[in-house]
Design a protein around this ligand. Structure first.
Ligand code: 5GP
Length: 190
């Protein structure tokens, strides 16, 4: 684990397994998660302030005007953004902070001048991805179709990341990520 904090930027197509990855990374004692703000509706099982800060479009726009976002983007017709204050608090405390952002967000972060390690999670195949998305059962068929359209576009950005990891076996991918970041089991909270 490095002494100064880094931004660990994780992107990947919908249902690629990127959320499972960041959830495991933040179980390490020296790693925070950046709770993004979003204007999308809260899903069953999500908690406001933990998964996202769920805010109105008016509030989001106000926060843009106040320069509160390190990056923000419109994804699937909703606003999502990383709050500058969250990131600075972690980095100033010498802690890594994991950001799950879309490809537009990652591009903005690449230019922000902060220490970054960027990882793109690649699903093993389009069929697996569609199956995972249907099994998740959180989106309507129309929303699934919208998300699938974005997948090919997003995959075109994988090469811009420091690392591209194929999620054909989650534990193997996790071990690879831990190696890249220099995390070891002694740092884990469990
Ligand atoms: P979901 O609605 O499924 O939670 O997330 C949809 C997309 O929004 C994902 O691709 C996710 O990476 C992206 N996203 C979540 N938070 C942020 C953020 O703070 N900034 C950006 N640019 N994208 C985000």
């Amino acid at each position: 684990m490095s002494n100064s904090g880094r931004l660990i930027v994780i992107s990947g197509p919908t249902a690629s397994g990127k959320s499972t990855l960041w959830k495991r990374l933040v179980s390490y004692s020296n790693v925070d998660f950046s709770v993004s703000a979003t204007t999308r509706g809260i899903r069953t099982g999500e908690t406001d302030g933990k998964d996202y800060s769920f805010i109105s479009v008016e509030e989001f726009k106000q926060r843009i005007d106040n320069n509160e976002f390190l990056e923000y983007a419109t994804v699937h017709a909703n606003y999502y953004g990383t709050l500058r204050a969250n990131v600075e608090a972690s980095l100033n405390a010498g802690r890594d902070i994991v950001l799950e952002v879309d490809v537009q967000g990652a591009q903005q972060l690449a230019d922000c001048g902060l220490p970054i390690v960027s990882i793109f999670v690649v699903p093993p195949s389009r069929e697996t991805l569609i199956e995972r998305l249907r099994n998740r059962g959180t989106e309507t068929e129309e929303q699934i179709a919208t998300r699938l359209k974005a997948v090919d576009h997003e995959l075109g950005f994988a090469k811009d990341y420091d690392y591209q990891l194929v999620n054909d076996n989650f534990e193997r991918m996790l071990a690879e990520t831990e190696g890249i970041l220099g995390y070891s089991v002694e740092n884990s909270n469990g």
